[in-house]
Design a protein around this ligand. Structure first.
Ligand SMILES: NC(=O)C1=CN([C@@H]2O[C@H](COP(=O)(O)OP(=O)(O)OC[C@H]3O[C@@H](n4cnc5c(N)ncnc54)[C@H](O)[C@@H]3O)[C@@H](O)[C@H]2O)C=CC1
Ligand SMILES: O=C([O-])C1=[NH+]CCC1
Length: 313
């Protein structure tokens, strides 16, 4: 009989993931996903169940990386919440399985994985698509993803200025005092965005919060929220004036309101840029539309589990 699964949960296991170890694994996974070989990554588009009463969605995100011997699935629930609600916007659990035996090896806190791998993938998009002389970073939203994005962007890029905007200025102030470096708080999204070289949208909004008219030509946008076919974070002007990169074409065509409702064509998957099949058009205004993928969770879960085992040996 197989061993019972280990439980890797909460702040006691956060140290098992570092951006330094995670980013190369994610880059490789994205390239493998876009390479189209199903022995590298077998991953259906997230299947979603509407939680109408709670204005949320449960998504199931399986991935099998046969050549790497990684099998996992994430269960993620994400919600619209009323302003001031103290309930979480996103909750998730990752199961790491043994692909041969079929047992669950580890039950892992999805919050750590989801926040770090999503931010790391946005950072990979910026590494490839932002202008090399980028100085000003703007973050719209001040929740969990805003913090992980701030952390990884500060770790790997030398931005001279960081700006933040939130619907509630109090939240933005709280965010700015909770992080280590200096952050300028804005009460207007437009003012926060004008002149920025890189803009990250990490909100739960369902209507556009970022408008093309405000965005500096040549800027890079990492758009992380609005992961439903009828939700928007970006307006049509921005979508139409930008070159559109995504994590998964199939996912974007099924789940992204910004892509579906603007009618804009995907130029490339980010994995195609990593593998050199498609160019990184840094000189243009670029949008990376992130929806999140099971293979990102899979490599993160494996890394966390291996680190946990190494600590015990
Ligand atoms: N692309 C991906 O892989 C992932 C995407 N997400 C999405 O990223 C977004 C942020 O996630 P978290 O930071 O975990 O959520 P969170 O709940 O911690 O933070 C959400 C932020 O959005 C703000 N917000 C809520 N409604 C808004 C509105 N109508 N207009 C402007 N701002 C609004 C909140 O004040 C808060 O600052 C969510 O939409 C979530 O579904 C989350 C995980 C992975
Ligand atoms: O990939 C992910 O975990 C999510 N994408 C949208 C909300 C959660």
């Amino acid at each position: 009989m197989a061993e019972p699964p280990v439980l890797l949960w909460g702040s006691g296991v956060e140290h098992l993931l570092t951006y330094g170890a995670l980013m190369p694994l994610l880059e490789a996974a994205l390239a493998k996903f876009s390479g189209g070989d199903t022995a590298e990554v077998l991953q259906p588009v997230r299947s979603s169940v509407a939680l109408k009463k709670h204005v949320g969605v449960m998504g199931l995100m399986p991935a099998y990386m046969e050549n790497d011997g990684i099998l996992s699935t994430k269960v993620v629930c994400f919600y619209q919440r009323k302003p001031g609600s103290t309930l979480p916007g996103v909750q998730s659990t990752v199961l790491l399985l043994d692909p041969e035996y079929g047992n669950v090896k580890a039950v892992i806190d999805g919050e750590v994985i989801t926040s770090m791998r999503t931010a790391a993938v946005s950072a990979i998009s910026a590494k490839l698509l932002m202008r090399p002389d980028a100085e000003v970073l703007t973050i719209l939203g001040t929740g969990r993803q805003a913090l992980s994005h701030y952390n990884v962007f500060m770790e790997i890029f030398p931005f001279k200025e960081v700006r933040v905007w939130s619907r509630s200025k109090d939240n933005a102030e709280r965010f700015s005092t909770s992080v280590r470096g200096p952050v300028k708080v804005y009460s207007s999204a437009e003012e926060a965005v004008r002149g920025a070289d890189v803009i990250i949208t990490v909100t739960r909004c369902t209507e556009p919060v970022l408008f093309g008219q405000w965005v500096k030509p040549g800027a890079h946008v990492a758009a992380v929220g609005a992961c439903r076919p009828d939700y928007r974070e970006l307006d049509d002007v921005l979508m139409k004036e930008s070159v559109l990169y995504v994590d998964s074409r199939a996912g974007a065509m099924e789940e992204s309101g910004d892509v579906i409702l603007s009618g804009v064509e995907v130029f490339a998957e980010i994995g195609e840029v990593i593998s050199g099949k498609k160019p990184a058009l840094r000189e243009k205004t670029t949008v990376f539309k992130s929806l999140g993928m099971g293979c990102e969770d899979a490599v993160s879960a494996k890394l966390m589990y291996e680190q946990w085992k190494a600590e015990r040996s």
